[in-house]
Design a protein around this ligand. Structure first.
Ligand code: SAH
Length: 396
């Protein structure tokens, strides 16, 4: 097995069990290695540190899987890791109200590059790296054995798979039966149809589950704006909790039509408006028309994809939050998120502070939110924390 030797003083993160080795930290590679192979990692003095998989095409040249020398990285190892991740979701597996959640969350479940989501009777798998691609059969077999789904469908079509790992998309049925065009799921008793083939991510924003439930508690009897609504996740929970009226905005027409279908199941007669358009503009337009809301939800896409984009993203988040605050009635609630990993909780709070200061509205924080626990944060890998949110009240 080839051995990757690190440069002097570049072993600290490995010793701290961070799973990534950047190409700049590598002194030399001893032995024959192909992209996707398992390699040993050693410090500059050739002392063994860890073991993981290799891809010379990626900036993250090694993703580490074990720091225990007795672990052999074979199919049995990957099977065990998948079984353990599923086992940690027991509470959700036995929750009769919810049958859609994440089964495997990549680095945070010590399976870098692998995401697996459960949608009712089907499992959707996403392989983001060449290293995990090699073990796909073991992963797929284990998911079939442990969960007995009707089918396992692959949605390995992420941008990073192509741009960072040099892999072509891989999409299609992998085990069992073909899923229907829309897969029906339940989230805390609320039914959703999910487009697992064309939908964003693997079809649904499972990371927002707990936050949707929490936000809904503020919506009974209220006039709500759901900005970046996608297929109506927040809106459905708000309506089920008794929202009086809700406006959904999204730039994707197909997402809004699926939202309409999802909300139709709930008592929505005359309570819903759909606005197809750009939220940045729509918030301004609504403000000019003096439209006001009791609750505004802002769940934008990732605005900071790279370090160089953080400042610009912060300006974007500020713009959204500022215009959202202006739309709130006195005492109104702002539910606001950032899913940019590079915008940390402190910066995000600063951004909302800036919006509060500029509007002159006094804002209280009621809750600080994160991703749902089926998307855990591994302390060894702070990058596994990406979603942050605030529920605020404008009290002036
Ligand atoms: N809140 C949703 C998830 C939102 S994902 C839920 O709980 O399911 C972000 C959404 O923003 C996507 O649906 C995307 O189509 C939409 N979007 C991205 N940029 C936008 C823009 N500038 N204006 C309006 N919608 C946008």
């Amino acid at each position: 097995m080839a051995r990757v030797l690190l440069k002097p003083k570049r072993d600290k993160s490995v010793k701290n069990r961070h799973p990534w080795i950047f190409s700049g930290a590598v002194q030399e590679v001893r032995g024959e290695v192909s992209d996707g192979d398992i390699v040993e990692v050693a410090d500059s003095g050739n002392n063994w540190l860890a073991r993981g998989y290799y891809n010379s095409r990626s900036q993250i040249v090694v993703r580490l899987l074990t720091w225990d020398d007795s672990d052999r990285l074979d199919a049995a190892f990957f099977r065990k890791r998948v079984r353990e991740a599923v086992e940690r979701r027991r509470d959700l597996l036995y929750d009769p109200q919810t049958n859609a959640f994440r089964l495997v969350f990549s680095e945070a479940d010590r399976l870098p590059g692998l995401v697996a989501d459960l949608y009712g009777d089907f499992v959707i798998v996403q392989c983001d790296t060449l290293g995990i691609e090699r073990w796909k059969d073991a992963v797929l077999d284990t998911l079939m054995e442990t969960l007995s789904p009707r089918g396992v469908f692959e949605r390995s079509d992420t941008e990073s798979r192509h741009s960072h790992e040099g892999l072509a998309p891989s999409v299609g049925l992998r085990r069992g039966k073909e899923p229907p065009p829309l897969v029906s799921v339940r989230e805390r008793g609320i039914a959703f149809d999910v487009d697992i083939r064309q939908g964003q991510k693997t079809g649904f924003y499972l990371d927002q589950r707990e936050n949707r439930i929490r936000a809904a508690r503020f919506c009974a009897g209220k006039d709500v704006l759901d900005a970046f609504a996608y297929t109506g996740g927040f809106a459905a929970h708000a309506l089920a909790a008794g929202a009086a009226r809700i406006t959904l905005i999204d730039s994707s027409e197909s997402s809004l039509s699926l939202a309409e279908r999802n909300l139709a199941r709930i008592q929505t007669q005359g309570k819903t408006d759909y606005l197809h358009g750009n939220v940045f503009q729509a918030l301004r337009d609504l403000g000019q028309r003096r439209r006001r809301y009791d609750v505004v939800i802002l769940d934008p896409p990732k605005l900071a994809p790279a370090q160089g984009a953080v400042e610009r993203a912060a300006r974007g988040y500020k713009d959204l939050n500022l215009h959202a605050l202006r739309l709130l009635r006195p005492g109104g609630i702002l539910v606001t998120f950032s899913c940019s990993g590079l915008v940390d909780a402190a910066l995000f709070q600063k951004v909302v502070f800036g919006a509060s200061a500029d509007t002159g509205r006094a804002v209280q924080i009621l809750y600080r939110l994160s991703q749902s626990p089926d998307h855990p944060v591994l302390l060894f890998c702070p990058e596994s924390e990406y979603l942050k949110g605030l529920i605020c009240r404008a009290i002036d």
